[in-house]
Design a protein around this ligand. Structure first.
Ligand code: WQD
Length: 341
């Protein structure tokens, strides 16, 4: 298939482009490079040995979207979006404008072409405050922060569109916690500034860029008192997207599918696995809980297996080994200077 990938040079987008190329698809990507570097796609082309076009374009440019999508594509894989929960709390209108209005422009541009196949990067965040695990796709949705609200709003746009026009086939892929890097160590997660998420912060601590890991909460009702999450290797996640694309013809309208491993790991378990990968202890301190964090969230991943024929295969040790290889091989990411907050 000829696939348009939005947010192509980002963490998940770049890994998805690599697996799409490896699977024989023709890929054109765009990105506004607000939180990524075109260098990631240069490396994707080297790793795959395949050509790929990358265009600088912003979701908030309807004319630019019309021109590019008007070239004709079989499907769109949509990753472009702002994704920092904390930032979304400070700048909710920026998040709505970029993530929701931007996606509206993308869908409108698609509607002016025959293309009605979409794979959307949704998130387990749409489940809000999770009371019972594992979480399946029937769990009620609610927004607990503006970022999560944008994901929920885009899902609703997709449901409405597919209800009006039966030609639409949309996979709403709800990620749990993507971590790790391609085994080559050439592409990976390149957070700007101080990482909010656990794995990049742990890895930066392991290489000495951070003094210690703040363990946000040691008194949760979990086996060791620290927060539990369903970490999923980014390559497993990328392969889940390729599987969804291949199965889109079987979708009826817009349908949500969890992409997780079905297994939860605690903060302390991840730190221990990272220490094993790095061959050194990683300093950490138990601190007060981070507001808004759920004690435990992990996926019921059975629908993905049934509908996509996909399951995650990489365990926490491999996630940490691959993250460590990326971190040590690219201490400043794709060359962006680390600006300490
Ligand atoms: C994981 C665990 C923290 C940092 C994020 C996004 C969400 C979705 C999934 C995309 C929690 C603890 C963290 C640190 C810590 N992504 N932690 N010290 O909050 O589960 O969700 O990924 O859609 O939108 O927000 O991920 O990595 O921030 O936290 O103790 O320095 O690690 O309390 O238990 P989270 P996270």
């Amino acid at each position: 298939m000829k696939v348009l990938v939005t947010g192509a040079s980002g963490f998940i987008g770049s890994h998805a482009c690599l697996e799409l190329l490896n699977a024989g698809h023709e890929v054109v990507g765009f990105d506004n490079f607000s939180n990524s570097s075109p260098e990631s796609i240069e490396r994707v082309k080297t790793l795959s040995g395949k050509p790929m076009r990358l265009v600088k374009l912003d979701l908030r440019d309807p004319d630019g979207l019309d021109a590019l999508i008007g070239e004709g594509f079989d499907a769109v894989m949509h990753f472009a979006g702002l994704k920092a929960v904390g930032e979304s709390v400070e700048k909710p209108s920026l998040y709505h404008d970029n993530n929701v209005l931007g996606t509206h422009h993308l869908l409108a541009a698609m509607e002016r072409t025959p293309c009605r196949k979409l794979v959307f990067s949704s998130s387990c965040t749409v489940y809000g405050a999770v009371e019972k695990n594992p979480v399946d796709e029937r769990h009620p949705r609610s927004a607990v922060n503006p970022y999560g609200k944008t994901k929920l709003d885009v899902e609703d746009m997709c449901y409405e569109l597919a209800a009006e026009d039966k030609r639409w086939k949309i996979a709403l892929l709800r990620y749990f916690n993507p971590v790790g890097a391609h085994e080559s160590g050439r592409i990976g997660e390149d957070p700007q500034g101080v990482p909010n998420n656990l794995m990049p912060y742990v890895m930066q601590t392991a290489v000495g860029r951070r003094e210690f890991v703040n363990v946000w909460g040691g008194d949760y009702p979990t086996h060791d008192g620290t927060g539990v999450r369903d970490y999923i290797h980014v390559v497993d996640l990328a392969l889940g997207h390729v599987a969804a694309l291949d199965k889109l013809d079987s979708f009826k309208g817009a349908q949500a599918v969890n992409l997780g491993t079905g297994r939860g790991y605690s903060v302390l378990e991840l730190i221990a696995a990272a220490a094993k990968a790095a061959g050194k202890s990683i300093p950490h301190k138990i601190m007060p809980r981070r507001p808004g964090d759920a004690p435990a969230v992990w996926a019921d991943a059975s629908l993905a297996k049934k509908k996509l024929g996909w399951t995650a295969t990489r365990d926490l040790d491999q996630m940490c080994a691959d993250a460590w290889r990326w971190q040590t091989g690219n201490p400043a990411g794709y060359g962006a200077a680390d600006v300490r907050a």
